[in-house]
Design a protein around this ligand. Structure first.
Ligand code: RP5
Length: 160
């Protein structure tokens, strides 16, 4: 597995599934697991500390509300960590976004957009990172973008 997708709760899966779908479409292998910063703190430490030795190259962490998962995962590993703010019910994901994006200097998390778009783009960005050392994945990304552009150019009429 080259990407580790973790999330704070099973309730995050409908969002984080978009990450998995993107990685599937780009031919990137991944694993998925519920790991909570608050409810299973020891599991989080164990997961992030062992990720590099297990062959993981990028960790994608999705969480909502007081979303400490990406930041704490980043604290336990030198692998790149991408954070996905899950759209919370109470504050629409503003809480998730701000708690993920405002990392103090010295520990980095790459924060994506709130919700499904951010989840999909986390997969895309992880693939782009891995693609710097993997020609096949890089070609898959270029093909994905070529098709995306072609589809838009072939359907210029918004009313159709
Ligand atoms: C966070 O709390 C999770 O990432 C989830 O987005 C949020 C709510 O979790 P549940 O109460 O639905 O399990 O830890």
């Amino acid at each position: 597995m080259t990407v580790g997708i973790i999330m704070g709760s099973k309730s995050d899966w409908p969002t984080m599934q978009h990450t998995a779908d993107m990685l599937d479409s780009l031919g990137v292998q991944y694993e998925t697991k519920v790991v909570s910063a608050h409810r299973t703190p020891h599991l989080l430490a164990e997961y992030a500390e062992s990720a590099k030795d297990r062959g993981i190259k990028v960790i994608i962490a999705g969480a909502g509300g007081a979303a400490h998962l990406p930041g704490m995962a980043a604290a336990y590993t030198s692998l790149p960590v991408l954070g996905v703010p899950v759209q919370s019910k109470a504050l629409n994901g503003q809480d998730s976004l701000l708690s993920i994006v405002q990392m103090p200097k010295g520990i980095a998390v790459g924060t994506l957009a709130i919700g499904n778009a951010g989840a999909a783009n986390a997969g895309l960005l992880a693939a782009q990172i891995i693609g710097t050392h993997n020609t096949e994945i890089q070609q898959n990304i270029e093909e994905f973008r070529r098709k995306q552009t072609e589809t838009i150019l072939a359907n210029p009429n918004p009313a159709e």
